[in-house]
Each structure stands twice: as C-alpha cells, then as structure tokens.
Design a binder for this molecule. Structure first.
Ligand code: 3HC
Ligand code: NAI
Length: 703
C-alpha cells in the first residue's frame, strides 16, 4: 500500500493502519492511503473493516500545515463518503486523541470503539475554524444539538467513557491490545447481524429545539469570544443540521469552513498553534539534551507568586516545601493556598478529597536546612536584588549538588543572582505570571552560565505543570515586561493629549485585549509602577511622563485595592466606573503643562500603545534576547492576554506592514519627541527592504 497507510486481512476482517508520525494528521498521502484501502476492502474477502492508527494517537486532525495552500485530491469529504458508503461495516478503533478531522473520520465509520483512556473532540474552534468534514452535522445527530454546541464551541475533548454515554463511541475496549479488541468487536457485530449504521440516516426533530435556542447561543458566544467569528458560524452549521437534509447541511458547513480557513483570525490562531510548540525548542540545544529529575521542589516566599507556584507543582503530584521568614507569614501563605483550592471546590471543579490530597503535598518551614534534599528551588521573595543575592548564597550553602536554583524575579539580573552562588551553571530564571496557578506562560530566563541540562529541565518541567514555555536571555524585564514599558507609558500620555481612561482602555479592549492598560494598572496596583519608577535613573525628566499615575498614587488612589485609581470601583462587584474627578484632574494637569487637548482617534490609540511594544520587540530580536519573533507572540498571548485571534504583537505588525509601523513611529518621533520614539534598527531595515519579521526569521534559518 502506501508508506503511511497499510491494509491487511486478518481472517475475515480487513485492518487499515495509519502510520504517519507524530500525530497521524490527515495529510494528502494519509487521505489517499485510507481511500485506497477502503476501496480495496470492497473487493476482497473481508466482511468488516477496522480503521486504526500506529504510534501515540488516532488521527489528530487535518494537517494544519496544508491550510492556506492549494487543495490536493482526494479531499477529506471524498474519503469520508467512501467510508460511509462502504458495503462492509467500517469500525474506527481509537486510542490517544481522535481530534478534528480525525474524529470526523471516526464519525463517518459505522461503529466506533476506543480504549478507556482515549479522548475524542472537535478543537477546530481553537484554530478559528469549524469542523469542516461533517462534525457539525454528525455530532448533533448522535448526541443532540445542545451537547454538540457545547462540544464544538468549547473545542474541549471528551473522555471515551463519557463519549460512550453521549453515543459518540459505541464500545469501550478493555485490555492493552486495541487491534485485537477491535477485531473481536467487529466479529461480534458480524455475528449479531448488526446493520451498517450511518449517522446521516438519523434525523433531528426540529420540535425538540426550544424557540430562540440558536439566537441565545449566538449572543452568549459573542460575549465569550469577543471578535471571533468561528463561534457564530458553528451555530449556523448546527442550525443547518436541524433544518436541512444531510447533504445540504454538509454543503453549508463546507461553505462556512472555507470562509473561516481564509480568515485573518484563523491564520493568526494557526500561527500561535505552531509558535507555541516552536517556543519550547531551544535553538542551540540538541532535542535529546538530558534533563535532571525533579521529584521535590522548594519555593522561597509564600506570597502572591510563591503560593500559586506551589499549587502548580502539587497539581501534578510533585511535593513542595514552602519556605517563609516566620511562622505567621508561613501560615498566611498556606492559608491562601487552601482558600484558593476551596474556591475551586466550591465551583465544583475539584472534589474535596482531591483538594486535601493536593494540600497534603505542600508542607511549610522557616528553616532553610529543611530543603537540603530538593531538586528544584524557586525563589519568589520581594523584588529586591540584594535580598535575592543573600537568599541564593544561603541556598548555595544548603542545597544538594545538582539542585536547580531558579528565581521568579520580574526584572532583576539573573546573572548577578547566579554570581552570588558557587554554582552559576545551576541558576536559571523561571518567571511565572500572576495568578501563577492560572496563567499559562512560563518565561524561562537563560543566564550567561546556565547549563544546558538546567535549561532543558526548566522547559520540560514547565510543560509538565501545564505551562507554555518561552525562553528569554537576561535583560531588564526580560521579553514581556521589557516590552510593556512603552505600552504603559503611552496609555498615560494619551490622557494628557485628551483621552479619558475609558477611551484608552476601550480602544484596546475592542481590539481584543482582555483588559486595557489603565484598568490593568489599577488591578496590579498603581503603587507597584510608582515604586519601580522611583528606583530608575534612566527616565527622561519630563513632567508629562506618568503624570496621572504618579498623582493618583500620591492621593492614595492605588487602584482596585484602595477602591479607586484611574477608575472608581464598586465595593461589592468591583465593577469599574469612570470617575469625573479623575477626568477633571486630567484636564487640569494638561492645562498646567500647556498641552492642548484634542480628540484622539481609536486608530491613534492603538498605534501609540502597540507600536512601542513592537519596536521594543524588534530590539529584543536584534539583541538575541528572544530566539524568534513567534516566541514574543507566545509571551504576549499566554502571559499578557494579547488576543490570540490577532496572533501576537509581531505577527500583528507583519499584518499591518512593517513599513506602516515604521512610518508611524517616525511621525510620532516628530510629534512627541525622539526620547520616546526611535525606530529600532531592525524595524527600519525590514521596513525599507519590504520584509516581515517572519521572513527575516526564515532567512536566518528558523522554520
Ligand atoms: N497538523 C499538523 N501538525 C500537527 C497537527 C496537525 N493537526 N497536530 C500536531 N501537529 C504537530 C505539532 O506541530 C508538533 O510538531 P513539532 O514536533 O514539529 O513541533 C507535533 O505534531 C507534535 O504535537 P504536540 O507537540 O502538540 O504533541 P502532544 O502530544 O503534546 O499533543 C495533540 C498531541 C493533542 C494531538 C496536539 O498536537 C493537538 O492538539 N493537535 C491539534 C489537533 C487539532 O487542532 N486538530 C484539528 C485540526 S483542524 C481540522 O481537523 C479541520 C477538519 O475539521 C477539516
Ligand atoms: P509578595 O510580597 O506577595 O511575597 C513575597 C513573600 O516573600 C512574602 O510572603 C515574604 O514574607 C517572603 N519573604 C521575604 N523574604 C524572605 C526570605 N528571606 N525567605 C523566605 N521568604 C521571604 O511578592 P510577590 O508578588 O509574590 O512577588 C515575588 C517575586 O515574584 C518578586 O520577585 C516579583 O517581582 C515576582 N513576580 C511577581 C508578580 C506579581 O504579579 N506579583 C508576577 C511575576 C513575578
């Protein structure tokens, strides 16, 4: 047969086996191989056909790398028709994850069996798509419209036993040998004279759908996934499944799939899919670099970050010791962890006994001697270089040889911290984001002397605790926080120019940011930036700069924690409300500085806030702080809630056109001063040569 699909007769059962690592995606050769095998089975001595996969998983979907390229025959729908119209029952045998087009292949089969650990799902929405090979027509026919809506709009997979309850799987196969189990199931079906069960023959009674069901779903989803069109189109497909005959429903699904696959939103989300996987790879480290075993972890400092980081490790069964300065601080830290877990229990997302089990993995101490045996230490004490150095010197004295000593610092020099020890090769930055048990990003920071296996371990353990990892070299603020500087600065400058806080934040929220920069400042505490600015000597002496942020802090308005900052907050609901007092103050301050206030367009707000971020990103690339532009996108999407549908700041810049970004920065330099606006040399070079960041990266040899 083909290289990637084999077909063999086992007695009266034909077995089609797909073998296309790593995830058996439906590339052209896989599609062709399956089609040929199904056709062959029609003419041989088989009485039934099993379709299974080699390797770690059943087919994990269409081959995403083929999207956006000219289609190649056979199309997936053609393959599915051949399966569905087979004169002999075809039985999908699922292990691993049957996702997207992979699950759609299974749904076109007459029967589906799976091992208990398998999962099935339609995650296309996470790529800005909808299931384009019958998923939206077949799932509601089997599991009902409501279940289909939940499954397809969430994109979350369902475990085999639940899928069986939903009717999506017919049989859960026990034992380790899926092929043998599937063949035996096929024999049982033949023996019982089971019919050729085709999902297309099921009809949905429109009377069972409540009036307004689809409109309500559209409204709800529009709120949940702001600015993303895929959800709306999925609802349209489900509506078609109810109202139209199967073939017309399939045609509607295909039409809407084509619309989405060519949308900028899906291109951005596919970019992030690959960027996330790429970011985990360290360019100059061989793939098989050894890692150090991490069986026990210590966290120094049980405050906001330390507690959340401890939970990350406990959640995957790794014991954690929390070290605090005194018993009171320790009990406070442990208390917050318990409270956080309790909230999850209250929401019904964690059984109570499981919570106790997780909490049981977290112990506390005030003695450094108690952490002599840990494999990894993560320091999360106050953001003070001298204190951090002191702690690392202490860790050097007590920790066993080979232990990895990591710092969660947001800004400090990881190399200086490493030099406080006699083993700088074991020191690395592991920068989590707040709340650490929730935020997906882990920015690992490579010091000058960090050993290869320490880096590889930081990336591997990050993946194990469910984080998306990206690598940064050492600089002030690393990738993410360093880029944020100009973004926050301009948000405040715009106030002086005539915007209200609400205007600035709304413009960025309309773009898709989860929260605008001023509201974000209120959430994090305006005093944090205030203190950080006081420690800096490199800021221009300009009364406009951070004027409102500074005044508000000096008035005691530190943000949400004091009930007011750029906004007022409802004490009960924490809802933000515009504050006329702040708006009047902004006008007064602008007048004092003789700044003529004016109407500022939404377009200018976006450019003023995002272009400094992109410009700094270009500098970060030139300096080799980030490995690739797509790593920066990963940092922003997973650490700063940059909208995934815009693909991250560097991808977004490529879409806007680097020449446009560069020209605007030059224009702002004239208008607002060269101390703030100076195009990065790399940006200038690419703008002038008409290239994108992605092209530049490819030319340097990155995939
Ligand atoms: N197409 C092309 N490449 C894919 C792929 C796909 N559908 N799925 C995964 N890969 C690649 C990854 O890019 C990665 O490549 P790399 O090693 O070069 O970085 C490699 O396969 C392994 O992937 P992971 O690192 O993600 O492996 P995991 O074991 O952690 O996860 C997985 C496996 C759960 C299958 C995960 O890869 C995944 O979720 N894949 C995407 C599934 C998906 O979205 N399917 C729907 C596609 S759209 C579709 O089917 C449209 C249809 O309706 C017509
Ligand atoms: P925090 O003030 O909430 O907690 C710090 C904790 O460290 C306190 O509980 C304190 O008692 C403890 N501590 C101080 N000295 C200690 C010592 N010698 N030994 C043991 N414990 C000691 O601070 P937070 O916000 O958790 O920040 C910690 C670190 O994480 C800082 O470096 C910060 O820059 C970084 N960070 C903070 C983020 C945030 O959003 N809060 C995000 C990412 C990183």
């Amino acid at each position: 047969m083909s290289d990637v699909v084999s077909y063999q007769l086992h007695g009266n059962i034909g077995v089609i086996a797909v073998n296309s690592p790593p995830v058996n995606a439906l590339s052209q050769s896989v599609r062709e191989g399956i089609l040929n095998a199904v056709n062959q089975a029609q003419a041989d001595a088989s009485e039934a056909v099993v379709l299974r996969c080699e390797g770690r998983t059943f087919i994990a979907g269409a081959d995403i790398t083929e999207f956006g390229k000219p289609p190649k025959d056979p199309w997936l729908p053609e393959v599915l028709s051949a399966i569905e119209n087979s004169s002999k029952p075809v039985i999908a045998a699922i292990h691993g994850t049957a996702l997207g087009g992979g699950f759609e292949v299974a749904l076109a089969c007459h029967y589906r069996c799976a091992v208990a650990a398998a999962k099935v799902g339609l995650p296309e929405v996470k790529l800005g798509l909808l299931p384009g090979a019958g998923g939206t027509q077949r799932v509601p026919r089997i599991a009902g419209v409501k279940a289909a809506l939940d499954m397809i709009t969430s994109g979350n997979p369902v475990a085999a036993p639940k899928a069986k309850d939903m009717g999506l799987i017919d049989e859960v196969v026990s034992g380790d040998d899926l092929e043998a189990g599937a063949i035996s199931y096929a024999q049982d079906l033949l023996a019982s004279g089971a019919p050729l069960k085709r999902v297309r023959d099921i009809t949905i009674d429109p009377e069972t759908i409540e009036p307004g069901f689809f409109d309500d779903a559209r409204k709800r989803l529009a709120k949940r996934a702001r600015g993303q069109i895929a959800q709306d189109r999925i609802v349209s497909c489900l509506e078609a499944a109810v109202k139209l005959p199967m073939d017309e429903g399939l045609a509607r699904e295909r039409e809407l799939f084509q619309e989405l696959v060519t949308s900028p939103e899906s291109a951005a989300m596919r970019h992030i899919f690959f960027a996330e996987r790429q970011a985990a790879k360290i360019k100059d480290l061989p793939k098989d670099t050894a890692t150090r075993p991490i069986k026990k972890v210590a966290i120094i400092g049980g405050g906001t970050m330390g507690g959340g980081i401890a939970m990350c490790f406990a959640n995957v069964g790794i014991p954690v010791v929390l070290v605090e300065v005194n018993d009171e601080a320790l009990q406070r830290g442990l208390g917050i962890i318990r409270k956080n877990y309790s909230i999850t229990v209250q929401k019904g997302k964690l059984p109570e006994d499981k919570m106790e089990q997780l909490i049981g993995l977290i112990s506390g101490t005030t003695e450094y001697a108690d952490i002599a045996d840990v494999d990894l230490v993560i320091e999360a004490v106050f953001e003070n270089l001298d204190l951090k150095k002191e702690i690392f010197a202490k860790l050097d004295g007590v920790c066993k040889q080979g232990a990895i000593l990591a710092t969660n610092t947001s800004y400090q020099d990881v190399d200086a911290i490493a030099e406080a020890t006699s083993r700088p090769q074991d020191v690395v930055g592991m920068h989590f984001f707040s709340p650490a048990n929730v935020m997906k990003l882990l920015e690992n920071v490579r010091g000058e002397k960090t050993a290869d296996d320490v880096l590889a371990t930081a990336m591997a353990i990050g993946k194990k605790i469910g984080k998306v990892c990206a690598l940064s070299r050492v600089c002030y603020g690393f990738i993410g926080n360093r880029m944020l500087g100009g973004y926050g600065r301009e948000a405040q400058m715009l106030l002086m120019d005539g915007c209200t806080p609400e205007q600035v934040d709304s413009a960025l929220e309309n773009f898709g940011m989860a929260m605008g920069p001023l509201a974000m400042g209120d959430l994090a505490g305006l005093d944090v930036g205030y203190k950080a600015r006081q420690a800096r000597t490199d800021l221009p002496d300009d009364p406009k700069l951070y004027r409102m942020g500074t005044l508000l802090v000096e008035m005691g308005r530190h943000g949400q924690k004091t009930g007011s900052g750029f906004y007022k907050y409802d004490p009960e609901t924490r809802r933000r409300m515009s504050d006329p007092e702040v708006e009047a103050m902004i006008k007064e301050e602008a007048a004092k500085l003789e700044i003529e206030q004016r109407e500022v367009s939404e377009e200018e707000i976006l450019a003023r806030c995002f272009y400094p971020l992109i410009n700094e990103g270009a500098k970060i690339l030139e300096e080799g702080i980030a490995q690739r532009p797509s790593d920066i996108d990963v940092v922003y999407v997973f650490g700063y809630a940059f909208p995934v549908a815009k693909g991250g700041p560097m991808f977004y810049a490529d879409q806007v056109g680097l020449k446009n970004v560069y020209d605007k920065i030059c224009e702002f330099r004239e208008r607002y001063g060269e101390e703030y606006w100076q195009p990065a040399p790399l940006l200038e070079e690419l703008a002038k040569s008409g290239k994108t960041f992605a092209e530049w990266d490819r030319e340097r040899g990155n995939a």
